[in-house]
Design a protein around this ligand. Structure first.
Ligand code: ADP
Ligand code: MG
Length: 553
């Protein structure tokens, strides 16, 4: 027998709930659960302050399940959540924890779905309603007594709900509920607006506060890499070769960047999808499901699009673009190291972002170690390791299944087993060379940006703009366009435009450097005027390219 002593068993929860919780694999309550469960079980109002990923759902769901009466077929508990996604997550969690409580029904109420079936589910005796405030108010306008039997109210992520403008809806909901209810409020932050709500609508609440920040970060192994902005995509490709990840979420700042990185990764054979504000809700849910079940391994997301994304498989968070503030850094990397697992967070830092790195280190009270870009040698080693690992399980049994074919091939080809094995390897590793020299040629990359010297005041304003360009190859000239990173341009956009409309071969185009306000491209000197003529009207990312020869000095 496995031991079930301690932990959840000691919290006075119903045995059927403790059993369901153990069945989900939780071993012991998280700090917020250990503190909040007794308070909610005792019937107190409560304010719980804790960051994302601390286990708030079970902190309120478990005691509330204990306090409802499964035999009464009417709404008894209401949980409000800011978004449809979160409401669905909470409803699913309730169902999991109530798996051994026959007769308990949960209904999720949110916008974007027809109201009829939702109302029907309530009428059919759901005891627990999980809702977004807006849609619940729509229901209340049709039936003001809908919540008259609800004696437990939970506001989950209260600060997010206020940010989304649900203040008035919340007031409507409070007023539609019995006065003599229990109210529990969870929030990551407690701004004045939340304290005012608590003042008006909570009765002598107990305060619980989990200083989760350092704790959240503690299980996560953090590292940063200094890199120039125009080298981010090749750097990511190299990093991923040596990082041993299960699922990974990469954060970028713009929609375009989600698409650029996604297609670069796709081209390398990764199972990857983009998540940005343009992606429809149902598509978004498909992406998250696919990441959960392994049809996808990488999601490239903006902060907004990743809101509420919670996938335990995520072992790595890759911050390709810097977050806007340290809070969102903590939030981002909290997507890994979920519920006691180990996680790894990588941060790409451009020279001008050094300060932000220091702020992050100060706020999280941790050093974010520096790593170097993997060398071609390290990439090679990683590829060989992966190949070995993929062949290992096939050694057993393959001779039985493929021995005959092997004999036939050896006869037909008239070669030695070693020769054949080498040929098979060559075929197997096509596009993924295991030859060091070739690898070095394939992954040309300027070294990581130097970190040695912090810029003195007034000095480092635009360090990238002023860096001397590297020497040109024979027969090449540099050209300049006024389109740069701030226009949403990535190297591959320029490359694509010049290949398509300039009719050049890929080898004819040299280094492309994307700067904030302009970009430089190395092109062949021979035939340059004709080339620039052909590109005269070319547009990239909706803007005129206007490529000109660039005179240095
Ligand atoms: P929050 O609402 O605070 O962001 P969640 O309630 O969504 O956090 O929980 C985060 C993750 O941790 C979920 O995957 C959940 O299943 C898991 N989890 C919660 N409590 C425990 C526990 N006691 N042991 C292990 N995993 C847990
Ligand atoms: Mg939550």
């Amino acid at each position: 027998m496995t031991q079930v002593s301690g932990g959840f068993a000691e919290l006075d929860l119903l045995p059927s709930i403790v059993a369901a919780v153990h069945a989900t694999g939780y071993e012991e309550p998280s700090p917020i659960q250990a503190q909040a469960i007794p308070v909610i079980l005792a019937g107190h109002d409560m304010i719980g302050q804790a960051q994302t990923g601390t286990g708030k759902t079970a902190a309120f769901a478990l005691p509330i399940l204990c306090r409802i009466d499964p035999d009464r077929k009417e709404p008894q508990a209401l949980v409000l959540a800011p978004t449809r996604e979160l409401a669905l997550q909470v409803a699913t969690a309730f169902e999991t924890y109530a798996a051994q409580m026959p007769g308990v029904r949960v209904v999720a109420i949110y916008g974007g779905a027809p109201m009829g079936p939702q109302l029907k589910a309530i009428r059919q005796g759901a005891q627990i309603i999980v809702a977004t405030p807006g849609r619940l108010c729509d229901h209340l306008r049709r039936d003001e007594h809908l919540l008259s039997t609800v004696h437990h109210l939970v506001l989950d992520e209260a600060d997010e709900m206020l940010k989304l403008g649900f203040m008035e809806d919340l007031e409507v909901i409070f007023n539609a509920m019995p006065e003599s209810r229990q109210t529990v409020l969870f929030s990551a932050t407690l701004p004045a607006s939340i304290r005012a709500i608590a003042e008006r609508h909570l009765h002598e609440p107990k305060h619980i506060r989990i200083a989760a920040k350092t704790q959240t970060v503690a299980r996560i192994d953090q590292a940063h890499l200094m890199i120039h902005a125009d080298q981010k995509i090749p750097a990511v490709l190299r990093l991923l070769e040596v990082e041993d990840f299960d699922a990974l979420i990469a954060f970028v700042r713009t929609k375009q960047a989600t698409l650029d990185l996604t297609s670069a990764l796709e081209a390398k054979g990764y199972k990857v999808a983009a998540l940005n504000g343009d992606i429809a809700q149902n598509q978004r849910e498909r992406v998250i499901e696919s990441l959960k079940d392994g049809r996808l391994d990488i999601v490239v997301a903006t902060d907004v699009a990743a809101r509420g994304l919670d996938v335990p498989r995520i072992t790595h968070v890759l911050n390709v673009d810097m977050p806007y503030d340290p809070e969102s850094y903590v939030h981002r990397i909290g997507r890994t190291g979920r519920a006691g697992r180990e996680g790894r967070a990588l941060l790409l830092v451009t020279p001008r972002e050094r300060r932000m790195l220091q702020v992050i280190e100060r706020v999280t009270n941790q050093k974010v170690a520096e790593v170097r870009l993997p060398t071609a040698q390290q990439v090679l080693e990683a590829r060989i390791r992966k190949l070995t690992a993929s062949l290992q399980p096939l050694l057993e049994g393959s001779e039985a299944s493929h021995g005959e074919l092997l004999d036939r091939l050896l006869t037909d080809l008239g070669c030695e087993p070693r020769q054949l094995a080498a040929a098979l390897l060559a075929k197997l590793t096509q596009g993924q060379t295991l030859d060091l020299e070739q690898l070095e040629r394939e992954t040309p990359l300027v070294p990581s940006a130097p970190r040695e010297r912090a810029p003195r005041s007034g000095e480092g304003r635009e360090p990238r703009e002023r860096r001397a360009p590297p020497p040109l190859a024979e027969g090449r000239v540099r050209c300049r366009t006024a389109l740069g990173a701030r226009d949403g341009i990535a190297a591959r956009n320029l490359l694509g435009a010049i290949l398509n409309e300039g009719g050049l071969a890929r080898e004819a185009i040299g280094r492309i450097q994307i700067r904030e306000t302009f970009s430089l491209i190395e092109l062949p000197e021979e035939g340059l005027d004709r080339l620039l003529g052909r590109l005269k009207d070319t547009r990239v990312a909706g803007k005129a390219l206007k490529l000109r020869r660039y005179r240095e000095d």
